[in-house]
Design a protein. Sequence first.
Length: 282
Amino acid sequence: MTHAGNLTSADRPIGVFDSGVGGLSVLNALREELPHERFVYFADSAHAPYGERGDAYVGERSGVVARYLLETHRIKALVVACNTATAAAIHRLRADHPALPVIGLEPALKPAVALSRTKHIAVMATRVTVESRKFETLRASLAAEATFHIVPCDGLAGAIEQSDAPRIAALCEQYAGAAGIFGSDAGQIDTLVLGCTHYPFIANELRRHTGEAVRFIDTGSPVAQQTRRRLSQTGQLATQGEGAVLLLSSAAPESLDSATSRWLALPAGPARLAQTAIAVTA
Ligand code: DGL
């Protein structure tokens, strides 16, 4: 599949990027919401994890990846499928590319407040995300409505990136314990916000520590709906044809390939719509 050449505006692909494989959780929601679109997914795995680096580093990498996707793949919109990169870089990406729809995501605190009964909400995210001004502004705006138990999860995205099951299990136990007591009674945490796009893939492991009744919230579907709205507004929505996914990684592509076969929901059928991951330099 090639994304270059004489494509009409609607035919051009949507760029999606994350520090690594986590954004595949957002790509699943995008593909469900926008079945006719072509996606270029970029995993910046050579520079992952972003979540324990400084803002300047994440901002710089986000800029490099966005330019690469624009110049090489002529994307019509960019989905920043990473809470950390959104927190550190979304303003700059929008300022640098004013004509490009740039859709970011942030931990779903508002939906959590609406759904929680006990109004005790745990938020798991990377350190860069929870220490960002953007997150602090969001949290402060909702402080009167709920108590947030915020846990910076150092090392967890990295362990998921490496499929390191023993480390994932140990960190889930540690961070779920740090959040507090989960349950449905007054004073207990009944809602867990997965504030990093890597975490939906370890929901089962987290579930072992929260119990079945706790509601988990991620941001895939709202972001996909927002992407549809933005493309409709600009007349760039693809409404026919077969969707497709091109997978790119800044590291050796094997880990993206194996994450894709485990986690990317592809429709049954003869066509393998996702191309085997390719390593590129950006
Ligand atoms: N998946 C990313 C997020 O949503 C970042 C993980 C990382 O690289 O630390 O924040």
